[in-house]
Design a protein around this ligand. Structure first.
Ligand SMILES: CCCCC/C=C\C/C=C\C/C=C\C/C=C\C/C=C\CCCCC(=O)SCCNC(=O)CCNC(=O)[C@H](O)C(C)(C)COP(=O)(O)OP(=O)(O)OC[C@H]1O[C@@H](n2cnc3c(N)ncnc32)[C@H](O)[C@@H]1OP(=O)(O)O
Ligand SMILES: Cc1cc2nc3c(=O)[nH]c(=O)nc-3n(C[C@H](O)[C@H](O)[C@H](O)COP(=O)(O)OP(=O)(O)OC[C@H]3O[C@@H](n4cnc5c(N)ncnc54)[C@H](O)[C@@H]3O)c2cc1C
Length: 662
């Protein structure tokens, strides 16, 4: 069986789609998840979870209040604590993330930041003695931690953080203090009610000198009572657009004393007498952010996939309207507009995940290099992940919203669950650096690269920047996907140079560097987007080229074709400077035929992600495809339907109507 999702009793329309698939979905899962071993482990973990009934949702998330969501996730975490070792290799981050996604979903929980930022901060920033003291406890989950950096008044501009950590050699202590309301830490996930420790980022002050943002390990709550310690004000910031299973919080310090060895001292140090040793790279303290950014292409790709699993399966069972055959309505997936809405996003999701694998590996390597004293790779990875997180989160948001609309009215219902996926995913445009700001970080690197070329130092260009020094050449669009890469290279190069020239000219005209930068900023962000999209396209093609299995490679080439045609058309205004409008018309025709070619494999391509019904939490997107029965059952379970007459009818509507009758 090529599509391993085929089951007796499933909706025949979905079974028909799965029969059409031309490749083995288990083999595709191995490509998606980086190895056959991990793809198998994912399935095993999912299977093991299903054998522990206490790990099942006690009711649909959509019917839970915020308090119920928080309580439910804590309940499951306590059940999980009995089963960690039996379910996963606890040293394997990907296995742990899969387990969290399955059991806890995407709406957040008490450990949301513990694994993703608290432990990574200790790993990257704590010295050996500090790791000895805290890392084991954190890994065993004896303590719960979060990452408290953003303040009410400042998230982006870390140099303006107001929370101070002032060192006093006389007592060998820091005093943490929140001098104003705007200095309150505001937003950190799992801070409000769950965490008893935090890595707090504060401005280090020694003898009136401000050394800027540094990380500190801070105990927030009593380990026995969980009450906030004296000098600490902590709480939940209230409901959000989504992610309401998490207690994003606020935190204030009132002259809170912290022993000297609680500053994380792997890279910078404060000696007993107050002597400060600066880190080997000024931004080394920002590593936890780079770690999360390096994960985001993968995580956002998976968010988009979840929405696409729902929309593609639904589109294969939803019948509406007619094409040739007037005796039976067609599956809406057969409409070209539906394919155009969904298939380019499938391609992007695959591309994002392949990019994610690369950046996760780059971060892991960087961590090793930095431990060995080599910080030379930091700027490259910072630039790459700044651009990537921005493009990927934005396009994921677009893709999920299109998936919702592709499900018509039912997409708008919480039964689809797409609105929650959207709400959580779209947060990525803001967290880990607001997208515009991060595009501008990449732009700094691009401008510097052009300056290297201009001054005859092209040999010093960083990885992936060589194309900036190359001349424009003729593009032969019949030569395959590489020709489309060339179009992107031309467009990105032109835009990067144009934005840099504008910036330089404004400075030459007398504007200060910062004002000239601001007046070039829109052009600079466009340059960053094009550069990043070029990287995504190149990575996608490179990864597909490396595949040896013929049937897998064939369908992925079909997907690459959808991608390259769609992407070039999507940057039409830039591409037009390098290809003619007649060539664009021919790309358009190729896009439509590539959608046709992909159509029979659409369901298998999204089934290959092997996202379980439990993880998907969508009534509309369930594997069995019995959409209408499932939808009706779900609606009947709504709390509003547990009684025929609501108290509010008796209290308000009925008296109102009765009065009107008099
Ligand atoms: C994503 C997590 C997924 C987890 C998955 C877990 C489970 C899966 C299950 C389900 C999923 C469920 C839910 C997921 C949903 C919710 C999310 C959960 C967690 C979210 C976590 C969010 C946490 C946060 O947001 S933490 C706070 C983040 N804050 C920021 O990012 C602040 C942004 N600001 C900055 O980074 C900096 O201020 C700055 C903009 C970079 C500027 O810094 P500054 O010091 O002012 O420097 P300047 O601009 O002057 O540049 C000088 C120089 O330095 C270079 N530089 C800057 N940064 C770096 C760096 N990091 N490395 C190297 N070099 C750097 C810069 O380029 C300049 O160089 P040059 O002078 O031009 O050469
Ligand atoms: C779901 C979620 C989870 C979060 N989790 C955490 C967490 O665990 N820990 C934590 O510490 N923080 C967390 N945050 C906070 C988050 O990191 C910040 O909100 C984020 O970095 C953006 O900063 P800001 O809110 O200050 O935005 P602002 O910087 O105020 O952005 C407002 C606008 O100003 C623009 N802008 C700002 N500066 C510039 C500039 N220099 N150039 C051009 N435009 C600019 C932005 O582009 C944006 O349009 C979380 C946020 C969210 C939404």
């Amino acid at each position: 069986m090529l599509n391993k999702s085929i089951m007796d009793g499933d909706n025949p329309d979905l079974t028909e789609e799965r029969m059409k698939g031309a490749f083995d979905t288990d083999k595709m899962a191995a490509v998606i998840y980086g190895s056959e071993k991990f793809a198998i482990r994912r399935r095993e973990i999912t299977e093991s979870i299903s054998r522990i009934p206490q790990l099942a949702d006690s009711k649909p998330f959509s019917f839970m209040t915020r308090e119920e969501k928080i309580s439910e996730s804590c309940r499951k975490l306590s059940v999980l604590s009995e089963h960690w070792n039996q379910l996963i290799d606890t040293n394997n981050e990907e296995e742990a993330l899969h387990l969290y996604r399955e059991v806890l979903g995407l709406e957040g929980h008490a450990f949301s930041l513990h694994e993703t930022m608290f432990i990574p901060s200790l790993v990257a920033q704590a010295n050996d003695e500090q790791q000895e003291k805290w890392l084991g406890r954190a890994k065993r989950r004896e303590i719960i931690g979060c990452y408290a950096q953003t303040e009410m008044g400042h998230g982006t501009n870390l140099r303006a953080l107001e929370t101070t950590a002032t060192y006093y050699p006389s007592t060998q202590e820091f005093i943490l203090h929140t001098p104003t309301e705007t200095a309150l830490k505001w937003w950190p996930g799992a801070l409000g009610k769950s965490s008893n420790y935090a890595v707090v980022v504060a401005d280090l002050v020694i003898r009136d000198t401000h050394y800027g943002a540094h990380p500190f390990m801070v105990q927030l709550r009593d380990e026995k009572t969980h009450n906030p310690l004296p000098g600490i004000t902590v709480g939940d910031i209230g409901p959000k657009m989504a992610f309401n299973g998490a207690d994003n919080g606020f935190l204030g310090f009132n002259q809170y004393k912290l022993p000297r060895d609680h500053m994380l001292m792997r890279h910078s140090r404060v000696e007993e007498n107050g002597t400060y040793t600066k880190p080997p790279h000024a931004k080394i303290g920002y590593s936890s952010m780079v770690k999360v950014r390096s994960r985001m292409a993968m995580d956002q790709g998976l968010f988009m996939v979840s929405a696409l699993v729902i929309a593609v399966r639904y589109s294969a069972v939803r019948r509406q309207g007619f094409l040739d055959d007037k005796s039976r309505e067609v599956k809406v997936l057969d409409y070209q507009t539906q394919q155009h809405r969904l298939f380019p996003s499938i391609a992007r999701a695959y591309a994002f995940i392949f990019c994610g694998f690369e950046t996760i590996q780059l971060y892991d390597q960087l961590l090793i290099d930095v431990k060995n004293g080599d910080t030379s790779g930091m700027s490259d990875l910072h630039a790459l992940t700044s651009g990537l997180k921005s493009v990927v989160t934005h396009q994921t948001g677009e893709g999920i919203e299109q998936a919702r609309m592709a499900c018509g009215g039912h997409g708008y219902s919480m039964a689809s669950y797409i609105s929650e996926i959207y709400g959580v995913a779209i947060g990525g445009c803001t967290y880990e650096g607001e997208n515009m700001v991060m595009l501008l970080q990449l732009a700094r690197y691009l401008v510097k690269s052009v300056e290297l070329v201009k001054t005859g130092k092209s040999k010093e260009l960083g990885p992936m920047m060589n194309y900036l020094a190359e001349p424009d050449t003729q593009i032969d669009l019949t030569s395959g996907p590489e020709a489309y890469v060339k179009v992107f290279q031309h467009a990105a190069r032109r835009q990067v140079w144009k934005a840099t020239d504008k910036f330089h000219q404004l400075m030459e005209s007398g504007q200060s560097r910062d004002i000239a930068w601001n007046n070039s900023a829109v052009e600079l962000t466009r340059a960053s987007r094009l550069h990043t999209r070029l990287y995504i396209m190149e990575t996608f093609i490179r990864r597909v080229s490396s595949i040896s299995d013929v049937s897998i490679k064939k369908v992925l080439i079909d997907l690459v074709n959808v991608h390259v045609n769609y992407e070039v058309l999507d940057i039409g205004t830039y591409a037009l400077e390098h290809v003619s409008s007649t060539q664009l018309d021919s790309i358009r025709s190729q896009l439509y035929s590539s959608l046709d070619t992909l159509r029979p494999n659409a369901v298998s391509l999204i089934d290959s992600f092997q996202i379980s019904d439990m993880q998907l939490r969508s009534v509309l997107g369930r594997r069995d495809g019995h959409v209408y029965t499932n939808l009706f059952e779900w609606a009947k379970a709504s709390p509003l339907n547990q009684t025929h007459v609501l108290p509010s009818v008796n209290q308000y509507l009925k008296p109102m109507m009765d009065k009107a009758k008099l």
